[in-house]
Design a protein around this ligand. Structure first.
Ligand code: AMP
Length: 308
């Protein structure tokens, strides 16, 4: 089934306890589409870059089967830039600098060939842009998944709450869910978010896995315990790309299939953190992905015998 992703395509500069990078390629939609490329048959991108963005990266996306017809290249303008610095625990980071550049007045044009998309991934960007994408689709997709971040909760709360009403699944991290609902308990936060619109809520907890809430059911997926987390940037987007890519491939949005989607998303995210930027998720094989998923299955499987 076909997937449409909107979100940032960016230059990132990162600092982790393991090292520093100058400008490397990042952006929410970059990670999402690369991750989803291992699953979704049609993988359509809507985003904007400046003429400083390397054609070689656009070629790489295309080689991964990403349709870049909806990627606008604005002449004489600069690509969105974000820089972040991780704390020692790698679970928290500070945004050091943001230059919106081409994102400042981004108008997401949807190519005609994207109109048949059944799965829509609203990756991190301003809620007003995400909403415009929904409005410009003539038929509502079967599943709309929304990702957002603390910045939009702080500066675009009214837009965000309007948008949340229209989506099926909200993906946020634990802090964002608390910030959005003012509830400390994640169970209460998820319940409150479900009263705001989405039937399903996914709360990511970094190296502590992810929770899936749907009606009165909860599923927990662990994160793979890794010896070394090199760079967590994009792990959340890679997770979301694996999740929606898997759902689009299997064309099944039941709770049981979402559980499998969460495991695939977690497996993809576990690769992402092994190297700086998107390097690792650009070079995966289906065998590596399947082997990683098997590790997840083993991680929490146990033989259960009732003794009382
Ligand atoms: P994640 O680590 O999954 O939260 O995503 C990191 C990516 O989000 C980076 O590659 C950034 O380029 C991108 N990003 C950071 N801030 C923003 C923003 N305000 N809007 C859109 N994308 C952003």
């Amino acid at each position: 089934m076909s997937l449409l992703t909107v979100g940032s395509v960016a230059f990132d500069a990162l600092e982790t306890p393991f090292g520093k990078t100058d400008k490397i390629i990042g952006g929410a939609a970059t990670y999402i589409t690369l991750s989803a490329s291992y699953f979704a048959e049609k993988n359509n991108l809507v985003a904007v870059v400046g003429d400083d963005f390397p054609q070689s990266m656009i070629n790489d996306l295309q080689q991964h089967g990403v349709n870049t017809e909806g990627l606008q290249i604005r002449q004489g303008e600069k690509t969105f830039f974000w820089s972040g610095k991780y704390h020692n625990d790698m679970n928290t980071r500070d945004t050091v600098e943001v230059q919106l550049n081409v994102m400042e007045d981004f108008d997401p044009i949807i190519p005609e060939s994207y109109q048949d998309c059944q799965y829509l991934m609203l990756g991190n960007t301003a809620p007003a842009i995400q909403r415009t994408v929904i409005e410009r689709l003539r038929t509502r997709p079967k599943l709309i998944v929304l990702d957002t971040m603390n910045l939009w909760i702080e500066i675009a709360y009214p837009d965000l709450t309007e948008l949340i009403k229209q989506v099926d699944v909200l993906v946020v991290n634990d802090e964002e869910s608390r910030q959005l609902t003012r509830e400390y308990s994640l169970v209460r936060a998820a319940a409150k978010i479900r009263t705001m619109g989405p039937k399903t809520v996914i709360i990511k907890k970094g190296e502590h896995g992810a929770l899936l809430f749907h009606e009165d059911r909860i599923f927990f997926a662990p994160a793979l315990p890794l010896e070394e987390v090199f760079d967590p940037t994009g792990a959340g987007d890679t997770f979301a790309g694996g999740f929606i890519g898997y759902l689009a491939k299997t064309d099944n949005i039941s709770f049981d299939n979402m559980k499998r989607g969460i495991i695939y998303g977690s497996a993809m995210a576990s690769f992402c953190v092994e190297k700086f930027g998107a390097e690792r998720i650009m070079n995966l094989t289906q065998d590596e992905i399947q082997a990683r998923v098997s590790e997840f299955v083993k991680l929490s499987a146990f033989g259960f015998e009732e003794v009382i």
